[in-house]
Design a protein around this ligand. Structure first.
Ligand code: PHB
Ligand code: FE
Length: 322
């Protein structure tokens, strides 16, 4: 299956079609059409979602752009859907789902993101740290939209791993984190272990993050991944989990709306303040709200066996029963 794109419309934007889906944009909205319906999103919200779906390679489980449209990762191929996790759409039989190869859908989303992102708009940035996404087509912002998650193969600070820890790195301390101490831990290794024993200041590292809602792997221990991130405003996507994930609130506050993954029925609202720890069950979807920039540690188990073990009931959807 191949993507097709049209010549630019009156506002200067191309339309993109893949399978039964067509995407078009005007000065304010992204419009999604499928054989049984159509849907609109404010284009800034839409681009923030596309940006993350592309950068995360569709992430774990479901990435809902909102209560109607999204993608579900099958790790190699991916479903794109409208109304699939929405009771009303299902009852009205307006829901639609189509499966795509990972690379072909990433290709379509990347082309759309590139064509629809104007100069000065950064879909990874907090609203107060970027320009507007609205208006007629105006230039591009390739440098912003081709950023990837920083992935450590061992741990940040271990020789050879990616380091964003000084002004010279080109990552200044964020305006919200000028009070974060920048001193690095002193490591006194036994002779011969100088390259084995390492430590770094995670808070200082995160204080220089130039993106929001973009977990980056800072340490990997087998399948156990520490993915801290800095958050401000709203998590653009409503993430439907296919595994348990743990949240450790490192600073400030995030409120989470937690819903049933399949129906969208409200399940709970969680307020996390610095020091709070929560486990998000494997059968929910959630969206976070950070009133000011905050630091969050997302702890994931990256094993590709987990979705099947959960789906077949061999492991529970909650990590702990109280
Ligand atoms: C999540 O869905 O669990 C998630 C995604 C991005 C973040 C934080 C949490 O920045
Ligand atoms: Fe999640």
């Amino acid at each position: 299956m191949t993507m097709t794109e049209t010549a630019p419309n009156a506002s200067g934007y191309k339309s993109f079609s893949i399978g039964g889906f067509t995407f078009s944009r005007d000065e304010y909205f992204a419009t999604i059409e499928w054989p049984t319906g159509s849907h609109q999103m404010a284009v800034d919200s839409f681009l923030r979602c596309v940006q993350r779906d592309v950068a995360w390679g569709f992430f774990y489980g479901i990435v809902n752009f909102d209560e109607v449209f999204g993608t579900m990762n099958h790790y190699g191929n991916v479903d794109m859907f409208a109304g699939r996790f929405n009771d009303a759409y299902r009852k009205a039989e307006m829901d639609y789902n189509e499966n795509f190869g990972h690379d072909e859908l990433i290709g379509c989303f990347t082309a759309m993101l590139s064509d629809w992102t104007n100069e000065g708009y950064d879909p990874f940035a907090a609203p107060m740290e970027t320009g507007s996404a609205y208006g007629p087509a105006n230039g591009s912002n390739e440098a912003a939209i081709t950023r990837h998650r920083v992935v450590a193969s061992r741990m940040v600070g271990v020789p050879g791993d990616e380091q964003i820890r000084s002004d010279e790195s080109g990552y200044p301390i964020n305006r919200a984190f000028h009070d974060v101490p920048q001193d690095e831990p002193v490591v006194e290794a036994e002779n011969g272990y100088e390259n084995e024993v390492c430590a770094f200041n995670l808070f200082a590292y995160l204080s220089r993050s130039d993106v929001t809602w973009n977990p980056s792997v800072v340490s990997a221990c087998k399948e156990s991944l520490y993915c801290p991130t800095t958050e401000e405003f709203i998590l653009p996507v409503i993430h439907g989990n296919d595994r348990v994930e743990w949240f450790v609130q490192l600073s400030d506050e995030i409120q989470w709306d937690v819903e049933d993954r399949d129906s969208g029925a409200k399940r709970s609202r969680v307020t996390m303040r610095a020091g709070d720890v929560a486990a998000m069950p494997a059968d929910i979807r959630h969206q976070g709200y950070a009133p000011k920039r905050s630091m969050l540690l997302v702890w994931e188990n990256g094993s590709n066996r987990i979705p099947d073990l959960i789906a077949s009931g061999q492991i529970p959807v909650n990590p702990v029963d109280f």
